[in-house]
Write a protein that binds this ligand. Structure first.
Ligand SMILES: *Cc1c(COP(=O)(O)O)cnc(C)c1O
Length: 423
């Protein structure tokens, strides 16, 4: 199946007489006829459902669709994008581990890695993702366990050179984890370019309608944990909490997701609710159509902004001459996403006045859904960062993040025009 068809048909195939749309298995628990049958599930000797804190059939169907879209072997849903990125890393890191991450990543993930995981004894070195390979190699340490980046960064819309990062990670014997939230698998499949694990905030384009917070993790099954067994004892040595099974031996290519489900979900319990998974399933069915329109509208608006003399600068990877246009042509040939960043002449004050004057586009702590919205990261999502950190993350104080929706683009441009008239 091609991507568009997978959006509709992958993950859930009803049998004769079964519901056409995935049912919401709104049940915390599942019934068994014998004690022995349920016991096998607790030993990971058989697969099946017993408690929704670990797994639920609605979630699994949706996760299977996302895994199919990304070209991975297995996937899982989490309660949020934050939980997805935390689980993706914590599944292979522990106190004493080290991560190399792009400094341009989403503010929430920056805090997760730089503050909260640091308290857990997991260190992170943030790097400028545009540095040449030799420079980036200096960030690696003997205890490095993962490399992390975003296909298109939130909010600076920088495009990651995935092949460069995959080469770096693999030459240091660690996997590359890519947060593919903004591009979605419709526009880029990082696994094709060498990423080992892909994460999502499904809250964004995948859901598409701003109704459910959620996340997803997909494993390519390509990273050979056994080859680097000393680095990943959690996958390559016995898990005493499951009678000494060794995930990499027992589950092969499914080891990573099986461990994340049966160990992290069991202990930390950040599963997506089946109701939200159902909304997500519906969102995924039209993802390919929406992404096309988001990109078309965003490119038109980027061009409009670029030609406006009140605008100081515009960053949008699909724009000819943008500093990421070459990378976008390679990794995102059908379009990047609906998000763009720009600043007004006159700086921060003017930018805020402009935002407050918009009528159709709403100020919202959200991004990447069907309705156009915008936000000023320095005053909102990234307000915890120091000026220096903002600078390192490439976030100018006047940066406005505009998330272009799927409205008629003329209406959006009219709204921008009337707001420009007021500044
Ligand atoms: C929003 C976002 C997250 C966090 O996801 P939540 O669903 O809000 O927890 C992580 N990464 C990126 C790129 C995001 O845009």
């Amino acid at each position: 199946m091609k991507t568009e068809t997978k959006c509709l048909h992958a993950g859930y195939e009803p049998k004769n007489g079964e519901p056409r749309q995935i049912p919401i298995y709104q049940s915390t628990t599942f019934k068994y006829s014998t004690s022995d049958e349920m016991g096998k599930l607790f030993d990971l000797e058989a697969s099946g459902y017993f408690y929704t804190r670990l797994q639920n059939p609605t979630n699994d169907a949706v996760a299977a669709k996302i895994a199919a879209l990304e070209g991975g072997v297995a996937g899982m849903l989490t309660s949020s994008g934050q939980a997805a990125n935390f689980f993706a890393l914590f599944n292979i890191c522990e106190a004493g581990s080290h991560i190399v991450a792009s400094s341009s990543i989403y503010g929430g993930t920056f805090n997760l890695l730089g503050v909260t995981m640091k308290k857990m004894g997991i260190d992170c070195t943030f790097v400028d993702q545009n540095l040449p390979e030799e420079e980036l190699a200096k960030a690696f340490k003997p205890n490095t366990r993962a490399v992390f980046g975003e296909t298109i960064t939130n909010p600076t819309v920088s495009v990651l050179d995935i092949e460069k990062f995959a080469r770096l990670a693999h030459s240091h014997g660690v996997p590359l984890i890519v947060d593919n939230t903004f591009a979605t698998p419709v526009n880029c499949q990082p696994i094709k370019w060498g990423a080992d694990i892909v994460t999502h905030s499904t809250t964004k384009y995948m859901d598409g309608h701003a109704v459910g917070v959620g996340g997803a993790i997909v494993d390519s099954g390509n990273f050979d944990w056994m080859q680097y067994a000393d680095k990943y004892p959690g996958l390559t040595t016995p898990d005493e909490s499951y009678h000494g099974i060794v995930y990499a031996e027992k589950f092969g290519k499914l080891a990573y997701i099986t461990k994340a489900t049966s160990q992290l979900m069991r202990d930390l319990g950040s599963i997506q609710s089946p109701q939200n998974a159902f909304y997500l399933m519906n969102g995924l069915e039209s993802l390919h159509l929406r992404m096309e329109r988001h990109c078309k509208n965003a490119l038109e608006i980027a061009k409009f902004l670029k030609s406006n003399d009140k605008v100081a600068w515009v960053d949008y990877p699909d724009l000819e001459g943008d500093k990421y246009n070459e990378l976008a042509k390679k990794y995102l040939p059908n379009g990047s996403c609906g998000v763009l960043a720009f600043g007004l002449k006159g700086g921060r004050e003017k930018s805020i006045k402009f935002m407050d004057s918009l009528k159709l586009a709403s100020i919202a702590t959200h991004v990447a859904d069907a309705k156009t919205c915008l936000l000023h990261p320095a005053s909102h999502t990234h307000r915890q960062m120091t000026e220096q950190q903002l600078l390192e993350a490439g976030i100018a104080p006047d940066l406005i993040r505009l998330s272009v929706g799927i409205e008629n683009v003329d209406d959006l441009i009219d709204d921008l025009k009337q707001a420009f008239d007021k500044v």
